[in-house]
Design a binder for this molecule. Structure first.
Ligand code: ATP
Length: 309
């Protein structure tokens, strides 16, 4: 369990994390979403005691990270993917880590099997692929059998098989009752992995919600209507809280009315409809809609596109 209260981090004039409060509960995978630069890594570093909050506080399993006598047994962490260049074998790497923290040798074998590194456990880590490196990182995180896991962008750079593997592993670890907190800037990935979402933009909390609610909320209220009498329908639908856009010949995109209401208005006025379709925003759209104002470094092409529109 992770509890952040009014967590804030400033670097000079820059506020990287701004008054952030949230809880990561045991038994579920909680996704930590936000565009690049939103403050995810800084938040994770503060949870792990690697960065000191300017104000506010964060606890893991009821205490600040530094307050735990044996933190590896409480929290396992995988921070940003980077190849470990070492002459050690995977087995010896884990054994050394275990030895310094009083973890028995048997646990090293267990985690090697758990992450599927048995065949390469005696190979030097320097020659590992990114995916194998990630597996080793996760093995290290799991070594102390922690109740809480924190993973920063664990699927970055992985092939589809590796992504699927991590996704299933995280779900299994949560099903065992652990709190699993995993960051990503990809909404689609989080939708497949997480049950709950904490979304931030420019260091601030934007949403703390279930994945299902997040999608429903973001896609609410747009209906595509196709009619041979589109112009007439447009006039009939007009109202103070209604927006109607012509998106193609004879096709309208309506916000502010449900498909039932549009169907009734059309029926009452004898307007023929060829299509009446509530629009489900894609997950990526839902994410962009919520965080759009919060993207720190928007791609120049996109800015140009917007100002031209
Ligand atoms: N040590 C630092 N000194 C100054 N500014 C920093 C430092 N670390 C992070 N920042 C700034 O704080 C903000 C948040 O960065 P952070 O790395 O936490 O974001 P993020 O959401 O993890 O992004 P990404 O997905 O790109 O890693 C960014 O504007 C970043 O430039």
């Amino acid at each position: 369990m992770i509890e952040a209260k009014a967590l804030t981090k400033r670097y000079g004039d820059k506020i990287a994390v701004n008054d952030l409060s949230f809880t990561v509960k045991p038994g579920v995978v909680t996704g930590f979403l936000g565009p690049n630069g939103a403050g995810k890594s800084t938040t994770m570093r503060m949870i792990l005691g690697l960065d000191r909050p300017t104000s506010g506080s964060v606890t893991v399993n009821g205490r600040p990270y530094a307050g735990h006598a044996a933190p590896l047994h409480e929290v396992g962490a995988l921070l940003e993917a980077k190849a470990i260049h070492t002459g050690r074998t995977a087995y010896n790497h884990l054994l050394a880590l275990a030895a310094t923290t009083g973890i028995p040798r048997g646990r090293v074998d267990e985690v090697i099997d758990l992450v599927g590194l048995r065949d390469v456990a005696r190979k030097r880590v320097g020659g590992f692929s990114l995916g194998m490196g990630q597996r080793l990182g996760i093995a290290s995180a799991l070594l102390g059998d922690p109740r809480t896991l924190i993973l920063d962008e664990p699927v970055n750079g992985l092939d589809p098989e590796g992504i699927l593997w991590i996704r299933n592993l995280l779900k299994d670890l949560a099903a065992e009752g652990r709190a699993v907190f995993v960051s990503s800037h990809l909404m689609s990935e989080m939708a497949l992995t997480a049950e709950h979402l904490i979304v931030i933009g420019r260091g601030k909390l934007i949403a703390d919600t279930s994945v299902t609610e997040f999608i429903e909320r973001a896609s609410a209220g747009r209906v595509k209507v196709r009619s041979p009498q589109a112009a007439r329908l447009r006039d009939l639908l007009a109202g103070p809280d209604v927006t109607v856009a012509d998106i193609a010949e004879g096709t309208l995109l309506v916000s502010g009315l449900t498909s039932d209401q549009i169907g009734m208005i059309a029926g009452d006025n004898g307007v023929t409809l060829f299509e009446l379709a509530p629009q489900q925003a894609s997950l990526e759209e839902a994410f962009m809609e919520l965080t759009g104002e919060s993207v720190e470094y928007r791609a120049p092409a996109r800015t140009a596109e917007r100002s031209a529109a």
